[in-house]
Design a protein around this ligand. Sequence first.
Ligand code: HGY
Ligand code: MN
Ligand code: MN
Length: 407
Amino acid sequence: MKEQAARAVSECRRIARMSEETDRTTRRYLTPPVRDVHALLRNSMEALGMAVSVDAVGNLRGLWQPPGAGARRVILGSHIDTVPDAGAFDGVLGVTVALELAELAQQLEHPLPVEVIAFSEEEGVRFGVPFIGSRAVAGRFDPALLALKDADGATLEDAIRAFGLDPARIPEAALGAEVLGYFETHIEQGPVLESEGLQVAAVTSIAGQSRFSLQFVGHADHAGTTPMRLRRDALAGAAEFITAMETRAKNTEGLVATVGRLQLEPNAGNVVPGTVRIACDVRHAEDPIRREAAAALLAEAQSIAIRRNLKLESARQLDQPAVSMDERLTAYLSEAIQAAGLSLKLMPSGAGHDAMVMAARVPAAMLFVRSPGGISHHPDESVLEEDVEAALKVGREFLRRLAAEVS
Ligand code: HGY
Ligand code: MN
Ligand code: MN
């Protein structure tokens, strides 16, 4: 498996160079470099004898249907879109590992139909809403999303058409009943496995996410002539909110809250900021705690705005409930980890994944691979080939159990 692991990792590095930017990895939903990624993955899928298609939201899908096997298939995959200035392995490793597992499945004692999906959009960077690819496959795509606009004013519908796809066919992307389950391999993106000297872990559940934007509107004024008491400084208001949000998260066990994106106008050093828009991301393993925190933060923003004579506008992008992985598949995965001679570790995921959307439609299971330094969403993100080899051994044992079930 050393060779397959090395190939899965080197393919990730090749794909990382397929970027919207020359000097770093950024690949947003249906941007031009996605075509290059599709071409590379399509070659691998066709070499495996798969029937390859691109569905109406841009998911690349390869289906291997062995002769004599039933219709019930396992779906393997992850996403190929990235955050700006990303690493090479978030999402993409799950796709290159899926292709290696698809090949290993063809050598199993019992035939097992496999579909590999490279999801087109999971991060939510271009249109502010994540999981567009897996929502369509899970039959959970809300057509209202088509009106979302990106930073250039293009709608989601425009982006789909510009890629040569037909939004009217999105419902065809949804799965039917003939799916055994969904299995996603993904880097942990955190420090736990490395801190415990472990290579892999079975994921038990995925934390829920609230994503919303806040816009503080004050008044742009001259930085030199406007007395402090007469200012309606939108950035000072947003800054007070961000500090309050950080304090709340620090004081609430298990809560994480982030403002990762800030836009301000007119954005000049000698002008009091008139308008500030921030993207807020709030997560917790327990939905009631997350929702209570999100509501309290909104109320906090309101009171800051009133006190500072600012107008506040808010918009919700996501309320994604926490999701547990399927017990039966996770039991198979736990057996597979032990059959591969590895220590069994079960852990929750703080990061969101397509598996949390797919779990609404089919049984889902996830395998984490160690993240050296716990680094992710950063160009220094990495993975160890021996850990990918371990993941392939686990994945083969997992598929062996599924194949035996359907044979
Ligand atoms: O943000 C996340 O949880 C993941 O990287 N999509
Ligand atoms: Mn990510
Ligand atoms: Mn990811």
